[in-house]
Design a protein around this ligand. Sequence first.
Ligand SMILES: [Mg+2]
Length: 237
Amino acid sequence: MEKMPKTSPDPTDFAHVRAWVFDLDNTLYPHHINLFAQIDRNMTAYVQQLLQLEPAEARALQKQYYHEHGTTLQGLMLHHGIDPDGFLEQAHAIDYSALLPDPALGDAIKALPGRKFIFTNGSVPHAQAAARALGILDHFDDVFDIVAAGYLPKPASATYDKFASLHKIDTAHAAMFEDLPRNLQVPKALGMRTVLLVPRNLEAVVLERWERPTTEDDHIDYVTDDLAAFLTGIMAA
Ligand SMILES: [Mg+2]
């Protein structure tokens, strides 16, 4: 039998955790909100404009860069030498109105003991806008974004090291929450508790191959489709 990740939290598994690290997109808000679809469209439009491609070609190239380099941005910087700031601004020019205040999530994050961080391959302005719309921004100590990462995205191990060293995080006393299985490999190797966020109704949702958990993902401790309920479960004594 493969070891399968657990779904309901055992509070004793998290009793030692003093740093709580959250990815942003499809983690702090659920996949079905589909906010990332807007960013995705903006990135495709950027690639299309930059390289004068047909929409389908631009889309294919964008996805190739995302897959090979962790972000579309990293691929565009490596292969086309683009200005990252202009790209990030255009990619994140989106409508946040689909994000509504989530007081249950805010209360759950607030109750966690220790420091809380957002660690995103997006930008600080995007993370702040999203977290503000969710009504949870004030509960975080800081946002570590792709600029702070020197544009080297998760899952590069150097980026996790940079994040942990900047904030003096003892990774043996930390937990990471993410929606991409591959972004939890390094955290697990660093001794962090790892929690994968999956879409509700997972089997019916269309995901890229590398976005879907498999039985080989033994670096994932827990899987959940409800972050607020999961965090509340951690604190239930
Ligand atoms: Mg994400």
